[in-house]
Design a protein around this ligand. Structure first.
Ligand code: 13P
Length: 290
């Protein structure tokens, strides 16, 4: 099977983006995979440190790997927003295909040093194990939580948007494979609407950095912005809050209507379907399948 890096290259050539969706449990994985398989498109499953602590690193790998091997399907596993070397190393050692070292809170030179250490480890591990593990890093600030927000988080705005020249410097110094910029995107869904993306900035960063770009904070972004962002150089798009909301609402509705039910596989069935619906709509858009 082709590596994630090869699928990303192919996506860029086709002018589409690969969907990245976070999971906290098996229901999430089933909902996401059902949608991807229906459309026959590659998909990335992400687990943040919190999600991973709940699911288990090795458990997450076993679940994704079981699907990949059984169906010979391009489903990949990403360590989303890992904050230190040991946690990135742990994910790589467990069999993940990619990891994000998120050191944006550190001073730039310390961020570069830590990111480079992760890149070097991924390369060494890839060579030893005949793999192609990708390391991504974030530059600029886009908030931290996949949740419903009353307002834009402090520190997200024009001032903390990634600059094209900084992106070039950061990629040259670290050797990362993928870059997650701040271009008007924000983690979570802002009540009253998310800001618009800066499409020109995406184009500039793609050109200056020379690596594929990942758009985080996909929930709440308009279809038009997504389409233009993909054209400008985005190759992977992350969605989490929209899935969490769909899961919770479906669960609440079921429990309200069936207060005496106790079988988890019945209670949670609607939540799987609700996640599938959200993911299918996003994958259709990202893969130009409308
Ligand atoms: P949203 O929760 O805004 O979709 O962002 C998800 C994300 O970027 C995870 O890395």
């Amino acid at each position: 099977m082709k590596s994630l890096g090869e699928y990303i290259k192919e996506a860029e050539e086709k002018g589409v983006a690969i969907g990245h969706f976070n999971i906290s449990n098996l229901e999430g994985l089933h909902g996401i995979y059902n949608a991807a398989k229906k459309l026959n498109v590659p998909v990335i499953i992400g687990l943040s440190e919190g999600e991973e602590a709940f699911v288990g690193k090795e458990e997450a790998f076993s679940l994704i790997n079981a699907i990949r091997e059984r169906d010979d399907y391009p489903i990949f596993l990403n360590a989303d927003h890992h904050y230190n070397f040991d946690s990135v190393k742990g994910a790589i050692d467990a069999g993940y295909d990619a990891a994000i070292i998120d050191a944006v809170k550190l001073p730039l030179e310390e961020n570069i040093e830590l990111t480079k250490k992760c890149v070097d480890y991924a390369k060494e591990f890839s060579e030893k194990n005949n793999k192609d593990i990708l390391i991504e890093a974030e530059l600029g600030f886009i908030g931290t939580s996949s949740k419903l927000l009353d307002k834009l988080p402090d520190g997200v705005g024009e001032d903390t948007m990634t600059k094209a020249e900084d992106a070039k410097y950061f990629v040259e110094k670290t050797g990362i494979n993928l870059l997650a910029p701040s271009v008007g995107n924000v983690h979570g869904m802002v009540k009253g609407g998310n800001p618009k993306l800066n499409i020109t900035r995406i184009k500039e960063i793609r050109e200056s950095s020379g690596v594929p770009l990942v758009l985080h904070g996909g929930s709440g972004i308009s279809d038009e912005d997504f389409k233009n962002a993909i054209k400008a150089g985005i190759s992977i798009i992350h969605i989490n809050t929209e899935i969490r909301v769909a899961y919770k609402e479906a669960l609440e509705e079921y429990l309200k209507e069936n207060p005496n039910d106790v079988a988890p596989y019945k209670i949670l069935h609607g939540a799987v379907d609700a996640i599938e619906k959200v993911v299918e709509a996003r994958l259709r858009l990202f893969n130009n399948l409308e």
